[in-house]
Design a protein around this ligand. Structure first.
Ligand code: NAD
Length: 270
């Protein structure tokens, strides 16, 4: 058996950081070796296991990435774009692999990440859920097989605090369906309907958004045909699904050649 992959979590005191600590504790092929955040005061130096609601694990929350570099093989980053870029640069200089979970990069920032990936292996995905990534592949295949005779509609529901619509995952589902049909989503998407809309234009991909309560994230894509309907649904119930996917990506990334990978690579779906 290979030695456990030594990981560092960057943004360890955050919501995803703590979910990663919890999930990593249950994995035998991973060893949490460093926990980093920008925190100061009382939290700095606290045991990250205790902070994450687990027994103490002997890893203290630290702020100095440079000092932690020798301790880990793969950095898992769930922080903020600027912080993430600085961490990627430090890892590039030290030859360490990086799993990027942070979202919200602009085009120039993504170009910097792509440049760093010429020197080190980087996995970057806006959604690390294993289920969502499998669903995207299923949708593309189904759209290709069913063809344009089936109308495509996407319904998503999220908690009341979500500020954007449709969700990024709903958009990715739309892109996967469009790719299966050999078209571009932006040419066929219908994001809202109200009033006297007229009949449904053929070939469109429709979206409907529900908001309320504490829904973590529900997505259904429907293929509506004559006499039958096919639905592909994904329901997230906690953050742990993102954390498990990111940990799986870290194990996969160790020892890879330099390059920019995503979750479809990790899951062998390309
Ligand atoms: P959060 O605010 O709870 O945690 C972010 C953490 O990053 C905080 O602890 C913060 O102190 C830390 N941080 C900020 N600046 C830092 C710096 N300069 N140095 C070190 N640490 C720094 O947020 P969250 O809910 O954990 O989400 C974090 C990121 O992950 C967001 O971009 C979110 O959109 C993304 N996210 C991605 C996925 C995915 O599957 N890819 C899933 C969930 C969240």
């Amino acid at each position: 058996m290979n030695s456990p992959v030594r990981i560092a979590i960057f943004g360890a005191a955050g919501r995803m950081g703590r979910a990663l600590v919890q999930c990593a504790a249950a994995e035998v092929d991973l060893k949490l070796s460093a926990a980093l955040d920008r925190v100061d005061g009382e939290l700095l130096g606290a045991d990250i296991g205790t902070l994450s609601g687990l027994p103490a694990c002997g890893v203290a929350l630290a702020a100095d990435l440079q000092q932690a570099l020798p301790a880990f093989e793969v950095l898992i980053d769930f922080s903020r774009p600027q912080a993430s870029l600085a961490a990627v640069e430090a890892c590039r200089a030290a030859g360490k692999a990086v799993v990027i979970g942070t979202t919200g990069f602009d085009a120039a920032q993504k170009a910097l990440i792509a440049a760093a990936a010429q020197n080190i292996p980087i996995c970057m995905a806006a959604n690390y859920s294993i289920g969502v990534n499998v669903v995207l592949k299923l949708i593309e295949q189904a759209a290709r097989a069913l063809g344009p005779a089936y109308d495509i509609e996407i319904v998503e529901a999220h908690h009341q605090h979500k500020v954007d619509a449709p969700s990024g995952t709903a958009l990715r589902m739309g892109e996967a369906a469009a790719a299966g049909r050999g078209v571009r989503l932006e040419d066929h998407a219908v994001y809202a309907r109200e009033g006297l809309t007229g009949a449904r234009p053929a070939g469109t991909i429709g979206f409907a958004t529900l908001r309320g309560g504490d829904v973590v994230g529900d997505h259904t894509l429907m293929f509506l045909g004559e006499g039958e309907r096919l639905e592909i649904t994904h329901k997230a119930s906690s953050r742990s699904n993102f954390a498990r996917g990111a940990l799986r990506a870290a194990v996969w990334l160790r020892g890879r050649a330099a390059g920019l990978y995503d979750m479809q690579d990790v899951l062998g779906l390309k």
